[in-house]
Design a protein. Structure first.
Length: 430
């Protein structure tokens, strides 16, 4: 692929800036490593350095972290079922994403960390694994990665693509370069028309942008969750429970305050608490202990006992199952301007969903759920607490929300089939 002179200049300046920032990447890995030890490992992969030759990977899919891996699961499972002959590589950026890949597929797929967006690292990665098709999930718009795919003759797609207005503003300085990178793609398969319009504004070719829907609607609800919930109830007792899921550090004091408020009305109420990041597992357990409650964790006790007030989910990959054990779910990342997290998982198992107001990463899903009567949004922590309290006290309202949510999830399915159809022309023949 040949860039025009302005494009070559822009790419050169971008790459120079990244090379100058190389020491910062080392500092970042060390800083994160003190919070999550896995960041101290496998540094060579992050710079595209590998010990041995690898067999070519027919399919390469990139998913940043746990959320994107979960969203990609229906697609990966369908490809593994329909094309078991194709060797599949899945890359992530975070250790939690890496753990989720291994939990879902074990050694049946290859996995490495995606290298930093340096021309040399990207080139080494592509020469090492020699993919024949690249599938990038959601909003991973790395210019050198996309240019590298074009230069190595690898057809590339962005799947389940979403772009919030906030992210669009954040990309404004890179827009001239990103517009050229997006022009190298076979297609940008977006979740909604609004996402499509924002990608067009970013510079994607009009003929490349297609609305295929959100793959998260196609995530299969685990068939075993009713049995799982029954086992949970056998140990926890027949008492009310709510879940605080994917919470961030800035939201933890609000969770403590809400739980204290709720237990004043329901003294036996159980909080299931699933922090977004593993480095917060120990911290939230300690906060709950300091609040005066009896605390158990999934890792240590497997199930909560009837006297436990807080049960910390300090494992990965089980959140969807535990949603089915609670009457009400608060989905975090929404009381702070993080942008929210997956609202469909609790909705799919019939758990009433409450969030805070910051939902710019899930604008369309939140709008659809709220319009259907399947979501309540609190303007702040007090309002979130009031909404959870109202739903715990009103089983009829929870049942109505569950019915509306299941209908919406069922109606939204179909993105998987449309995505498979879109990428079919570039699927390797064998």
């Amino acid at each position: 692929m040949r860039l025009d002179p302005v494009g070559r200049l822009l790419r050169g300046l971008y790459s120079l800036a990244l090379y100058l920032l190389l020491p910062v990447t080392v500092y970042h890995l060390i800083w994160r490593g003190f919070r999550q030890a896995a960041y101290f490992q496998r540094w060579s992969e992050r710079y595209g350095i590998y010990d041995a030759d690898a067999a070519p990977c027919a399919l390469w899919l990139h998913a940043v972290s746990v959320g994107e891996v979960n969203a990609a699961a229906p697609l990966v499972n369908a490809l593994r079922r329909d094309r078991p002959d194709l060797r599949l590589l899945v890359t992530t950026i975070t250790p939690t994403g890496s753990e989720r890949v291994r939990a879902l597929w074990g050694d049946t797929v290859e996995h490495v960390y995606l290298p930093y967006d340096l021309p040399g690292a990207v080139g080494r990665f592509l020469r090492h694994f020699r993919p024949r098709l690249a599938l990038v999930m959601e909003t991973e718009l790395w210019p050198n990665l996309l240019f590298g795919c074009a230069e190595h003759g690898v057809p590339a797609y962005v799947l389940n693509a979403r772009l919030s207005q906030r992210s669009l503003r954040g990309y404004r300085l890179l827009r001239p370069l990103l517009a050229r990178a997006l022009a190298t793609l076979r297609a940008v398969l977006v979740q909604s028309p609004a996402d499509g319009r924002r990608f067009l504004h970013l510079g994607a070719p009009r003929e490349a942008v297609r609305v295929t829907g959100n793959l998260k609607y196609d995530v299969a609800v685990g068939e075993g969750w009713p049995t799982f919930a029954a086992a949970f109830r056998a140990r926890a007792g027949a008492r009310p429970a709510w879940i605080a899921a994917s919470t961030h550090a800035e939201e933890e004091s609000a969770v403590i305050t809400i739980h204290r408020r709720l237990r004043a009305r329901w003294p036996d109420l159980l909080l299931l608490w699933a922090p977004r990041h593993p480095e917060r597992f120990k911290a939230v357990a300690q906060q709950a202990v300091h609040a005066g409650w009896r605390v158990a964790t999934r890792h240590l006790t497997q199930w909560p006992d009837a006297d436990d007030a807080v049960f910390v989910l300090d494992t990965l990959g089980e959140l969807a199952l535990f949603y089915g054990c609670a009457q009400v779910a608060f989905v975090g990342g929404s009381l702070q301007p993080v942008g929210g997290h997956n609202l469909l998982e609790p909705a799919a198992v019939g758990t009433a969903v409450v969030t805070g107001p910051h939902l710019h990463n899930f604008t369309d899903i939140a709008r659809q759920l709220q319009a259907a009567g399947a979501l309540r949004i609190g303007r702040d922590a007090d309002a979130v607490g009031a909404a959870i309290e109202a739903l715990l006290a009103d089983p009829d309202a929870r049942a109505a929300m569950a019915q509306a949510a299941r209908a919406l999830v069922e109606e939204g399915r179909g993105a998987l089939g449309r995505t498979l159809m879109a990428i079919a022309p570039d699927l390797p023949s064998g």
